[in-house]
Design a protein around this ligand. Structure first.
Ligand code: MF3
Ligand code: CO
Ligand code: CO
Length: 313
């Protein structure tokens, strides 16, 4: 029997044309009156020196930064539609951040050129906003971080662009549930690895992959501080969570294999197999009796629930 060069793919496996880089707009500016994080000028955040446990004053400020990040997501989310460029989403986030007196944390962080990350389809994370218009059927993660009053708040959602395929909708929904399962496994006295174990268990139950190369992180006066939060079960992550710790939970789940490749821009991480991936992210605080999600709006709206699950399509 003749050897087939390609096996037949089912609809669910069909790969869309790969995302390709577009053109970058000129670097956006931040008014001089807005306080900047230490890396804004050089791009170098330096080594992490902050404690894993925050002071009450820092916690109050991180709470406000988290709230602002969630509110910026609520501003930009409804602007996601076919035809809008990711550069336009960057402009919206940039302006909304400045309007709150904040600095867009991604801007010049390790040389990152834009104010938000926009990761489309097979882009796992750190997609750079550019001139590519979103197309009906795409999925896009928008990852907002604001530096406000000396601390960072970090949150992201994955949204459908117009009508999307059922398997992409399931990917988005189950990635959100996985993040919430991870947060639900956290609390004072619990080990960090309980978070990844819960996320991985949920992903496996739905036949989804879990990316290992990118993990959650401590956050506060530094964008990424010492604490590491794997989204898979890693028994070495045996730090015991204590009240006052603040960190992110931000799993990236894949329809296919979770293996990563990097574009030559050294930022854009994609799945090697070209299949789609979704991510959600919250900044959370360990309290005396549980977990407080800090990336919710002033009126208690959770952007993921308000945007990702109710969008048409
Ligand atoms: N917001 C991302 C995170 O969740 C980090 C982006 S770093 C950047 O950790 F430089 F790409 F913006
Ligand atoms: Co983020
Ligand atoms: Co983060």
């Amino acid at each position: 029997m003749a050897k087939r060069r390609h096996r037949t793919r089912t609809f669910a496996e069909r790969s869309d044309p790969p995302i390709r880089a577009g053109l970058l707009s000129p670097t956006r500016t931040v008014p001089p009156s807005i306080p900047r994080p230490p890396y804004a000028l050089t791009g170098d955040p330096g080594p992490s020196v902050s404690s894993n446990v925050r002071t009450p004053d820092e916690i109050q400020r991180i709470r406000r930064a988290g709230q602002a990040a969630a509110e910026i997501l609520m501003e930009v989310g409804p602007r996601v539609e076919p035809g809008v460029t990711t550069d336009r989403l960057d402009e919206i986030v940039h302006d909304a951040t400045i309007a709150r007196g904040g600095y867009p944390s991604p801007l010049n962080y390790r040389g990152y050129p834009k104010s938000v990350c926009t990761s489309v389809n097979e882009v796992i994370c750190h997609g750079i906003p550019d001139s590519r218009p979103l197309a009906e059927g795409d999925i896009v993660n928008i990852d907002v971080t604001i530096y406000l009053d000396g601390v960072h708040g970090d949150t992201s959602v994955t949204l459908p662009v117009g009508g999307i395929a059922d398997h992409d909708r399931l990917l988005i929904q189950q990635t959100l549930v996985a993040m919430n399962e991870g947060i639900g496994a956290a609390g004072p006295g619990r080990p960090v690895h309980a978070i990844g174990r819960a996320i991985e268990r949920h992903a496996r139950r739905h036949g989804l992959g879990v990316v290992r190369e990118f993990i959650g992180h401590g956050i506060g006066t530094e964008f990424h501080s010492g604490l590491q939060i794997p989204h898979y079960h890693d028994p070495r992550a045996n730090t015991i969570l204590r009240p006052g710790m603040t960190f992110t939970v931000e799993p990236m789940l894949t329809l296919g294999a979770p293996a990563c490749a990097m574009w030559d821009d050294d930022w854009t991480a994609v799945t090697q197999d070209g299949r789609r991936t979704a991510q959600f992210e919250h900044t959370v605080l360990v309290t005396d009796d549980g977990i407080e999600v800090l990336t919710v709006t002033a009126d208690g709206t959770v952007p993921a629930e308000a945007l990702a699950l109710t969008a048409p399509g």
